[in-house]
Design a protein around this ligand. Sequence first.
Ligand SMILES: *Cc1c(COP(=O)(O)O)cnc(C)c1O
Length: 427
Amino acid sequence: MTTFPTEAARRLALDGGRPARSPERPWPAWPRATSAAARALEDTLRSGRWAISGPWTGQPSRNQLFAERFAAFHGVPHCVPCSNGSSALAIALAAVGVGPGDEVVVPGLTWVANASSVFRAQAVPVLVDLDPETLCLSAKAVEEALTPRTRAITAVHLYGSMADMDALRRIADRAGVALIEDCSHVHGATWRGARAGSLGDVGAFSMQQTKLMTSGEGGALITARSDLAARLEQLRADGRAFTGATRPGALELAEVGDVLGTNQSLSEFQAALLVEALERLEEENRRRAQNAGFLDEKLGALPGLAPVPCSPAQTARAWYAYVLRIEGGELGGIGLETLAARLEAELHFPVERIYRPLNDHVLYRPTEALGDRLSPRQREELDPRRFVLPECDRAYAECIALHHRLLLGDEADMADVVAAFEKVWAG
Ligand SMILES: *Cc1c(COP(=O)(O)O)cnc(C)c1O
C-alpha cells in the first residue's frame, strides 16, 4: 500500500484533505474530436449528400461505407445503420416477428430501452435475474422463464462482460425463439474469437455519446441472415431499400414496402463520424484493456473489492464502464454512496452506481403508461414488480462504475486511480 506522509495528504479530499489526484490534471476527453473526424464532417457537408434518402452523387453514401466496414469488422454480410440504440432494438424485435401478446426475455438490470422496446412492440417484457459473476443475464434464469409465448431473448452484454452465448444460443435454438444481442456496451468484444453481435440472430448497437464508438446519437444492426437483413433495412427507412442508383441525381432508396417501417435513418454526418470512430476502435480498446488489466491487479488486491470479471469464453473485452463490486456494499460500516463520493472527491471523476433494477425503476412504469386501458390480466403481466431479482438487487447494492474514458488514460492516470482507492480504503 502507498503510505501518505502528511496529514493533509492522508485526510480525505471529501473532508478537505489534498486529493489523491491533482484537480488541475484533465482526464481523457470523450467523445474525442479528432482532426480526422472534423475532416470527415467537412467533406460530408460539401458532398451534397446529407441523408440516405437524398439523391445519389456518384459516390457511395457514408451510410453504405460504414455499413460495409462494420459488417466486415464483425464477419457478417449485413449491417443496417440506424438512428440510435433504442430504434435498433425496436427494429430488431419487429424483424424477428415480436408483436402483440408475445413475451421477450430481457435482463432485469440494464438500460430501460431493453424493456421499453418490448413494451412498445405490445409484447410483454419478462425480466430475469443476473449471473452474479458477469452481471449479464443468467442462462439458467432465461431457460426457466421460457413459455409457449416466448418469441425472443435479448442478451445484453453489460458494461463489458458478455452473456453466456454458448448456452443462450443453445436455449434459443431448442425453444425456436430469436436471440437478439444488445452490444451497446461491447463494441469490438469477442466470444471464442467471434465478435459480439455476430452470435445472435441480430446484433443491435447504440452509438450514443457515451458509448465506445459514437456519432452523438446513432445505432446499427448486424445479421448473418439475409431474410432478416431485408426486413431490418426496410423497417429502418419507411419500407425503402437500397437498389443502387444508376445516375447521379437519382434516388438510391426504392419504395419496396414488404414491411411497414418507420424512418430511423442515420444521417450522413453521423455515418461519417462512425467510419472514423471504427478506424480507432481497436486501438482504443487495446488501451482500455491494458489499463483495466493493471487496475484489476491493483484494485483486486484491496479487501472486499473485486473488479467484475468476464467468462473464460470471452476472448476480448470492451469496457463501456469499469465496474467494481464492493462486498456487502460497504467497507467497515461506510456505505456505497459515501465510498463513491469519497473516491469521486479524490479523483475528480464521476464514480457512479450501476443501473437500478427494472422492477423498481422510475423510467419503467408500463402499467402507469397505459392507465385504465389495460385488462386486469395485462396489468398483472406488465407490472415489473412481479419479478423477484435478488442478484440484480445485490449487484445494484454493491457495484460502482467508472466510465470507459478513464481507461483511455496513461500510466500516471492509472496510478492516480489506484492511489485514490488505496487512500479511501485506508479510511
Ligand atoms: C445506450 C443503450 C441503449 C440505447 O441506446 P440509445 O442510442 O441511447 O437509444 C440500449 N441498450 C443499452 C444496453 C444501452 O447501453
